[in-house]
Ligand binder design. Structure first.
Ligand SMILES: Nc1ncnc2c1ncn2[C@@H]1O[C@H](COP(=O)(O)OP(=O)(O)OP(=O)(O)O)[C@@H](O)[C@H]1O
Ligand SMILES: [Mg+2]
Length: 323
């Protein structure tokens, strides 16, 4: 047993190697069938929700099903006293999520945390989302305490590091990012029964990061790629978002939004579902101004819930191409 170089206050020490209690107390521990594990952990409900609530993402969903299947079978093996390979008490569940902005990485991380929690792989199932600045200090001696503080908060859940490649700055020899990486590596190894780290970011930069940090790469068990959404998927996502906010496309508005997407997708800084959310926010703003202008009109429920084509067609995206 190696002693950790860095001890995280409040974190269960690896030496104790006691498995975290599952969310559904005890029940998972006695399970002998897949259905017993699914029933006692309620993990299937989260998987169904993932399938239902998230549009597209077929490859991501199928990877998550595979991981969940592995974890369920692993539980059953443990219940029969079958040792996992090596003496390790927990499988490595650290992951990388690669993909363009707005492809659902944060959203999926939240669902995965829930699944891991229900299966008893982490105690709490929360997600702590950070970037380089939360981990790396400006001055000598500041990085270790910062990184440890973040790790302490994340224990029992998922640490989501967005744009993880910024931790590594090869151009700067004395970069403190390296210190944060070393602490992370230790904890990813020694506390893997209670902390799952997800590194997220653009695919090409992440690939470069892993090539320069083989230690990090070897600790990542699951590389999951998030594809860009198609226009049709983005339209479905838009309708889903509107429905959540008690709005809908009025006559012609869906077609207008489709035209909007066709243009916006060609422009720089297009951010998939995030751009959809932002565009809908602006459309609702315009709808509000439209209604606000007519002060004596009695506003019906339909008025207050319907986006009109003009709310979308007034976007800058359409003016730009007119010139
Ligand atoms: N497949 C989907 N179905 C429905 N809504 C989605 C889907 N993917 C993303 N969204 C919504 O789009 C928004 C952006 O998603 P999210 O924050 O998960 O993306 P991200 O990849 O983490 O992006 P960022 O680069 O902005 O961090 C969220 O509001 C989320 O609810
Ligand atoms: Mg995100």
């Amino acid at each position: 047993m190696t002693t950790p170089l860095y001890s995280i206050p409040g974190a269960p020490q690896p030496a104790s190697a006691a498995p975290a209690p599952p969310a559904a107390e005890g029940a998972v521990d006695g399970a002998r069938t897949v259905n017993e594990v699914l029933a006692s952990s309620q993990v299937e409900a989260v998987m169904d929700e993932l399938d239902r609530d998230l549009i597209g993402l077929a490859p991501v969903k199928s990877r998550i099903r595979d991981i969940a299947a592995l974890l369920v079978i692993d539980k059953l093996r443990a219940n029969l006293g079958l040792a996992r390979d090596g003496q390790r008490s927990a499988p490595s569940l650290h992951m990388s999520f690669t993909g363009n902005p707005g492809t659902g990485k944060t959203t999926v991380a939240l669902r995965i945390a829930e699944i891991l929690h229900r299966l008893g792989y982490v105690r709490k199932g929360h997600v702590v989302s950070v970037t380089r600045d939360d981990l790396v200090g400006q001055y000598i001696g500041h990085t270790a305490p910062k990184t440890k503080e973040v790790l302490k908060k994340a224990m029992g859940g998922v640490l989501f590091i967005d744009e993880a490649y910024y931790l590594y700055r090869p151009e700067n020899e004395r970069d403190y990012g390296q210190e944060a990486i070393e602490i992370l590596l230790q904890v990813m190894e020694n506390n893997r029964d209670d902390l799952v780290v997800i590194l997220a970011g653009y695919k090409d930069r992440m690939d470069t990061f892993f090539r320069s940090n083989p230690g990090m790469s070897s600790r990542i068990a699951h590389h999951i790629d998030f594809p860009d959404y198609t226009k049709d998927e983005l339209l479905l996502i838009a309708e889903r978002m509107l429905a959540e906010q008690h709005y809908r496309f009025g006559e012609g508005a869906r077609a207008a939004f489709e035209q909007y997407l066709a243009r916006r997708m060609q422009q720089p800084h297009f951010a998939n579902a995030r751009s959809v959310r932002n565009a809908l926010d602006r459309a609702r703003l315009r709808a509000a101004s439209r209604l606000f202008a007519d002060r004596d009109r009695v506003l019906t429920e339909a008025d207050l819930t319907t986006l009109m084509p003009e709310d979308i067609l007034a976007s800058r995206v359409f003016q730009a191409s007119a010139s």
